[in-house]
Design a protein around this ligand. Structure first.
Ligand SMILES: [Zn+2]
Length: 342
């Protein structure tokens, strides 16, 4: 039977109900709602397929900042992530943290900074370079209300594919079409030289070829819109470069400053609380100059500890924000407490 608002009102008029204006409006509103609201099937609303957040907003002084995830990979820790460490010690470090010793969770976290003048992205994610577990950056940016065309400044920590692979999208166009790009002069020189020597990396040759090809492809796409910076240079107001060589020759960390508030963006100076914070002399197979990388790690971490600065590092567990304490001859990670609003 088809029930319309008019037919119900006519029925009530004919019946013995006394139809006051108030009762009439209640009936009409109830019927209108019942016509417009569709209750979805239970399986569509139980939430079992809804992912957790891939974006975490916070403040640095007056700047609106967010960790924006590009995704997560779970990889065997050895030999790539601690090639010189004792395998038993690696296993112990993971089991102590209740992790599977077979899988190291590697997070990929870009950083969005709205300074009020600039909309900045620090690193671009892996794009299509490292498979389907990643490439979630633009989707997560959009969920935070930021469109790729809104980004006017892209700052690159270093030119490994998990950091620059999002420069050129799958369709061959620039993902962030309105951005100026900033990279250290040393990093640009290294990756755009006629030959790129990756022989010190402790990874398979196929990986090295992939890294070289990705650097050539993505850096050449921005050669007409790139600005190169020097160590300690202020890149845009409120973001200053810190030289962090070793992992790559021109890797940069950054200091984000608004008023008295500061955030250190540590790039790949350290990447895991159980590995190179607990064991600062463990290297990764991706460090081009492992000794220099270890010295950079201790230098930056000692500054962070001494100044009690909040820090974010690209591969740390999402949202990758925390503080560092020093203990004996190593460092401890203290994640920030989750805030529901920035
Ligand atoms: Zn990385």
């Amino acid at each position: 039977m088809k029930l319309s608002v008019v037919s119900v009102v006519q029925f009530l008029r004919r019946s013995r109900f006394k139809l006051t204006p108030l009762l009439l409006s209640v009936i009409v509103l109830t019927l209108l709602f019942s016509l417009t609201i569709r209750i979805p099937a239970v399986e569509a609303v139980d939430g079992s397929n809804v992912p957790n957040a891939g974006v975490y907003r916070f403040k640095v002084g007056n700047f609106n900042v967010a960790t924006v995830s590009d995704g997560l990979l779970k990889l065997p820790p050895l030999p790539t992530y601690a090639p010189t460490a004792d395998p038993q010690e690696v296993e112990r470090a993971m089991v102590e943290r209740f992790w599977s010793p077979k899988e190291l969770a590697l997070y990929f976290n870009a950083i969005y900074v709205d300074t009020g003048t600039h909309k900045v992205l620090i690193d671009t994610g892996a794009g299509v370079e490292l498979g389907s577990g990643l490439a979630k950056l633009t989707q997560n940016l959009r969920s935070a209300g930021v469109q790729p065309q809104d980004i006017d400044t892209v700052i690159i920590t270093h030119a490994h594919p998990d950091h620059i692979g999002g420069i050129v999208a799958a369709n061959g166009q620039l993902t962030f079409p309105n951005a100026r790009y900033y990279i250290s002069d040393a990093e640009w020189q290294f990756w755009t030289a006629p030959t790129i020597d990756l022989s010190p990396l402790k990874i398979p040759d196929q990986f090295k070829q992939g890294i070289t090809a990705a650097a050539r492809k993505h850096l050449s796409a921005i050669k007409h819109r790139v600005n190169r910076f020097q160590p300690d240079q202020e890149i845009i107001p409120g973001i200053r470069a810190i030289a962090a060589p070793g992992h790559t020759p021109g890797q940069s960390a950054f200091r984000v400053i608004s008023g008295t508030a500061q955030l250190i963006v540590a790039a790949d100076v350290f990447f895991n609380p159980a590995f190179d914070l607990e064991h600062p002399d463990w290297q990764t197979g991706f460090d081009l100059n492992a000794q220099q990388a270890a010295a950079t790690r201790r230098r930056l971490l000692d500054q962070i500890v001494e100044q009690r600065t909040m820090v974010i590092a690209y591969h740390m567990p999402f949202p990758a924000l925390g503080h560092v304490r020093s203990r004996d001859n190593h460092y401890e990670w203290e994640p920030i407490l989750w805030q529901f609003t920035p």
